[in-house]
Design a protein around this ligand. Structure first.
Ligand code: 4NP
Length: 149
């Protein structure tokens, strides 16, 4: 079983999309894919309406997902922790207990652009086009992840 966690700030825009996209590319039986936010703003909230809408446009239903906060126990529960941006990276990295924890934390866009540490832009304060842009980036990264696993 391979366990993958997607992490952003609020767990309502980017990481639930990443979760839905990667799940759609992997068989259910050998993989667990989940998502979490570093902040506690949106615990138990559904994804942002604009993330739900862009997912739906591409045939994915993420409306049932619920926000939760990243916790130290996630280092034990998951094999790989993909962060969306530098600030998520710093927040997650600050909670690592040892080198094993640190080795699990990766920038998701490094799957497309190795070692560049590019950010998936936070679309929360922008318009719908930001969500389409994020969808496209995550879709490309998740295709590579699914092929590599
Ligand atoms: P996310 O976007 O990290 O992609 O889920 C955000 C969602 C909510 C907030 C910030 C970013 N917020 O400040 O509430």
């Amino acid at each position: 079983m391979t366990k993958i966690l997607m992490v952003c700030l609020g767990n309502i825009c980017r990481s639930p999309l990443a979760e839905g996209i990667l799940k759609s590319k992997l068989p259910n039986d050998n993989f667990i894919v989940d998502s979490a936010g570093t902040a506690n703003y949106h615990i138990n909230h559904p994804p942002d309406k604009r993330s739900i809408a862009v997912a739906k446009q591409y045939g994915l239903d993420i409306s049932h997902l619920k926000g939760r906060q990243f916790s130290v126990s996630d280092f034990d529960a998951f094999d790989v922790i993909y962060v969306m941006d530098e600030s998520n990276y710093d927040n997650v990295n600050a909670l690592t207990r040892n080198d094993d924890d640190s080795a699990k934390v990766k920038f998701i866009l490094n799957e497309i652009y190795p070692n560049q540490n590019y950010n998936v832009p936070d679309p929360y304060y922008g318009g719908d086009e930001g969500f389409t842009n994020v969808y496209n980036m995550l879709n490309e990264a998740c295709s590579i992840i699914a092929k590599t696993l």
